[in-house]
Design a protein around this ligand. Structure first.
Ligand code: 3SL
Ligand code: MG
Length: 236
């Protein structure tokens, strides 16, 4: 199995994702939110790029919807929830459709269209993602959302952990960047300590989101793997 890695949503090229299993990672915090919401019974997540697109999509859906996401890390005016995974408990999200827009994460998900499968990955469900990739048998590209079009340490180490899980399960051929992610993880398996070097960590701390950070760094607390299929994220 070949494994490659794209370092930010701004670096996605169609030919790099085409016919591969893509795993989108925005561990701080969009893909941790999606994984948590789906694990708590959310019916589907519709990732959109803009606030207007979110409002327009909501208008066209008959059932009850929840609007979630962020701009500059903060809840969007008029939305129900922010980009904190801790807000998406079963009592508020169970059975509902979540329409979500975030700065980097939803962009990376939509940018991965063209891949044969698009999985939603995070530290929370990393091992389950690796197991699913093994079953899918395609070559893999891990798509880091990154932060504002730039490489981000948090997503990179999360990718390293998924690659490391896969390496334990099967023979892999790593691109140089995938190999570097694995190396970084092997030498820093305490994800929390290493993710603190990320620039985005400072922003998270400025916003008093220590609890979110701790939560998003916990390995394999969730066993499901959400998948982006035909415009919506579901479990199948
Ligand atoms: O898109 C993103 O990277 C966000 O998840 C950023 S934040 O953690 O909500 O600030
Ligand atoms: Mg992020």
């Amino acid at each position: 199995m070949k494994i490659d890695l794209i370092i930010s949503a701004g670096d996605i090229k169609k030919e790099k994702v085409l016919h591969k299993s893509a795993v989108v990672i925005d561990m701080l915090r969009a893909t941790s939110v999606i994984t948590t919401a789906m694990n708590n019974g959310c019916k589907r997540v519709i990732p959109v790029l803009t606030i207007d697109e979110a409002l327009e999509t909501a208008k066209n859906i008959k059932e009850e919807v929840i609007l979630g996401g962020e701009r500059k890390g903060l809840k969007i005016d008029g939305f129900d929830f922010s980009n904190s995974p801790l807000e998406y408990s079963r009592d508020v999200i169970g059975g509902k459709t979540l329409i979500m827009t975030t700065t980097n994460g939803t962009k990376a998900i939509r940018g991965s269209i063209g891949a044969s499968s698009i999985l939603i990955g995070s530290v929370l469900n990393a091992r389950a993602v690796a197991e699913k990739l093994l079953k899918l048998k395609d070559d893999v590209v891990i798509v880091n959302a990154g932060t504002y079009g730039q490489f981000s340490i948090d997503d990179f180490i999360c990718s390293g952990y998924i690659i490391n899980c896969l390496k334990e399960m099967t023979a892999v051929e790593l691109s140089d960047v995938a190999s570097t992610a694995n190396y970084v993880y092997e030498n820093n398996s305490d994800i929390k300590s290493f993710a603190k070097f990320a620039k985005h960590y400072k922003r998270i701390m400025e916003l008093n989101l220590q609890e979110d950070f701790e939560y998003c760094c916990k390995k394999d607390t969730i066993k499901i793997v959400p998948e982006f299929v035909d415009g919506e994220i579901i479990i199948r």
